[in-house]
Design a binder for this molecule. Structure first.
Ligand SMILES: [Zn+2]
Length: 282
């Protein structure tokens, strides 16, 4: 079950904000909100705490949090509890893309409880990750949940990225609809700035190592280096608060990939995942 990250500070957390006590009837700590500075500047935040000292109607962020909205100053804005749109078909997904929006997409069959494929940072947030989640779900005939964030002119990451340990199903209707299912396993696709592939997640090292071996085999000759994450790695994805882990009782596999891997070798990655997951479940 999801456990909200509450009480962290704001400095060093540009995705976090605090709210004044009167706003707590709108949104609970640990949930997400969208802040509009004006029609062209808006971004999503996680409410980390209630600040008892702030006057009514106040949302507080660190300077880096305000800079996500294009200013380092305080400003009058609008708090929106509608964080993300939910698309029911590809037409609505495309509309969201045209409108520089943030949209969650459920695809495939959710009856199969063996596996759920995830891409919380799809669209232009971390390119190609949603395509990979949907491809893997297709191959294995399971369901996928992806969020796709868009911004014309660039900057989708700054506007829509919510760290995987913060994403709260109370703020994501589609994700919330999956809470009743106890998935045996979850795989999440991510993009990182550095090259290569890092196989993280809460699953046992031996299991992730097997996934890593399949990936290395599939990517042989490309020069892409595959690493199996160990505890100290920054992107290890082992936290129980990471959605890849709480959606499947700790058994998650998180695939972090550099830009080249996602742009050029997405299919090889997905094929390796499908083969290794079949071996793990067999
Ligand atoms: Zn990511």
């Amino acid at each position: 079950m999801h456990k909200a990250a509450i009480g962290q500070g704001l400095i060093g957390y540009p995705e976090h904000c605090s709210i004044s006590p009167d706003l707590a009837w709108l949104v609970a700590p640990g949930e997400q909100i969208r802040i509009w500075r004006n029609e062209g500047e808006y971004a999503v935040y996680t409410v980390a705490s209630v600040n008892l000292a702030d006057p009514p109607g106040s949302v507080r962020m660190a300077r880096a949090g305000r800079e996500r909205l294009g200013t380092s100053n305080t400003f009058d804005g609008v708090l929106d509890t509608l964080v993300v749109l939910t698309a029911v078909d590809e037409e609505q997904e495309q509309e969201a893309c045209m409108n520089s929006e943030f949209v969650e997409c459920l695809r495939g069959s959710f009856q199969n409880e063996q596996l759920i494929c995830l891409a919380p940072h799809g669209g232009a947030i971390e390119f190609e990750t949603d395509t990979e989640a949907e491809m893997l779900a297709d191959l294995l005939e399971v369901g996928s949940w992806s969020c796709k964030g868009w911004r014309s002119g660039g900057g989708a990451f700054a506007r829509w990225h919510l760290t995987s340990t913060d994403i709260n199903p109370a703020s994501f209707q589609g994700l919330g609809s999956l809470l009743g299912t106890a998935y045996a396993r979850a795989v999440a696709f991510h993009g990182m700035a550095s090259p290569g592939v890092l196989v993280g997640g809460g699953a046992a090292f031996d299991e992730r190592n097997l996934v890593g071996e399949y990936l290395a085999q599939s990517l042989a000759g490309t020069g892409v280096q595959v690493t199996v994450a160990t505890e100290g790695d920054a992107l290890a994805g082992a936290s129980p608060a990471n959605l890849v882990n709480w959606m499947c009782a700790g058994n998650g596999i998180q695939i972090e990939q550099g830009p080249q891997v996602r742009y050029e070798y997405a299919e090889l990655v997905v094929q390796a995942l499908a083969a290794s997951l079949e071996e793990l479940s067999g």
